[in-house]
Design a protein around this ligand. Structure first.
Ligand code: 1GP
Length: 245
C-alpha cells in the first residue's frame, strides 16, 4: 500500500493529523526528537518543508533523522524543486493554484518531475490554496489570497483541482496565522469535492482543531505548536480533538 492509499484507509476510521517540521527551524536531531514526541501523541505522518531557507542538504538530513526516530510516513512539503529528498516516503506534488507566478503553479514542478521519476518517489498531486492572511506562504508564493469572507473562489479552485486529477486540496492560512481558515470556507470546499481536504495554519488549540475538523477537514496540519512548545502535551490535546471529530 502506498502513502496515499494508507491516508485514504486511515481516513475511513476518522480525521487525520499531520505534523509539519521545517528543516530550517531546528537541527535534524531536534526534528527527530519532535517527531518521536508527535508519534507518541498520535500524529499520522510527518511533513517536512518550509517557505524559506531550506536546502536539499537540510531536507535530506532532517528526513533521515526522522526516519531513524519513528516509523511514521515522512512526506515532503516542498517550496521548490530544490527542497526534495530521495529518502522520504512520498512527496506532495503541489501546485499553488492561486499564485500569480507560473513558476509556483507548474515551473518548479517541471524541474522536479524528472528527479521524482528517477528516484521513484511517490508523488501525491495536491492543490495548495492560500487563504488570507497567508503569512510567509502568501508572500513567498505571490498568492492572490483567497478571501476569508467569500468561499466561492476557494470552491472554484478546489473543483478545478479535482477535475485536473489532483488527490488532495490543502487550505492554508499560513504558518503562524492569527486564525485558522474560516469554518465556512472549509465547509463549502468539503461539500463541493470528493477528495480529502487538508487544513493548516494557525491551529494552536484543541478548540481550533475541533472547529476545523467539524467544518470538514479530513487532515489537520500543525507546525508551530510543536516547534514552539517543544513538549508533547499540547500536541496530544490537539490530536485528541481532531480524532474525536
Ligand atoms: C503551515 O499550515 C502549516 O504550512 C502549519 O501552520 O505553523 O501555524 O501550525 P502552523
Amino acid at each position: 500500500m502506498n502513502v496515499y492509499e494508507s491516508i485514504l484507509e486511515r481516513r475511513r476510521k476518522g480525521p487525520l493529523h499531520m505534523t509539519l517540521l521545517d528543516p530550517d527551524k531546528q537541527t535534524p536531531q531536534e526534528a527527530a526528537a519532535l517527531s518521536s514526541e508527535a508519534a507518541g501523541a498520535g500524529t499520522d505522518a510527518i511533513m517536512v518543508g518550509g517557505s524559506t531557507g531550506v536546502t536539499q542538504d537540510k531536507v535530506d538530513a532532517t528526513v533521515l533523522a526522522i526516519k531513524e526516530a519513528s516509523k511514521l510516513p515522512v512526506i515532503l512539503f516542498p517550496a521548490s524543486a530544490a527542497n526534495l529528498s530521495p529518502h522520504a516516503d512520498a512527496l506532495y506534488f503541489m501546485s499553488l493554484l492561486n499564485s500569480r507566478d507560473p513558476r509556483l503553479i507548474v515551473g518548479e514542478q517541471r524541474l522536479a518531475a524528472p528527479i521524482v521519476r528517477a528516484w521513484g518517489l511517490e508523488a501525491i498531486p495536491m492543490a495548495y490554496l492560500v487563504v488570507e492572511p497567508g503569512m510567509r506562504a502568501g508572500e513567498v508564493g505571490d498568492a492572490e489570497l483567497i478571501s476569508r469572507k467569500n468561499p466561492i473562489v476557494a470552491v472554484q479552485y478546489a473543483l478545478a483541482a479535482q477535475l485536473l486529477g489532483m488527490k488532495l486540496v490543502y487550505l492554508e492560512a499560513g504558518s503562524g496565522a492569527p486564525e485558522p481558515v474560516p469554518e465556512r470556507v472549509i465547509r463549502a470546499v468539503r461539500d463541493a469535492i470528493d477528495i480529502p481536504v487538508v487544513v493548516g495554519g494557525g491551529i494552536r488549540t484543541p478548540e481550533a482543531a475541533k472547529a476545523v475538523t467539524r467544518a470538514g477537514a479530513d487532515i489537520v496540519v500543525t507546525g508551530t505548536i510543536v516547534e514552539v512548545t517543544r513538549e508533547g502535551e499540547s500536541l496530544r490535546r490537539i490530536i485528541d480533538a481532531v480524532k474525536a471529530g
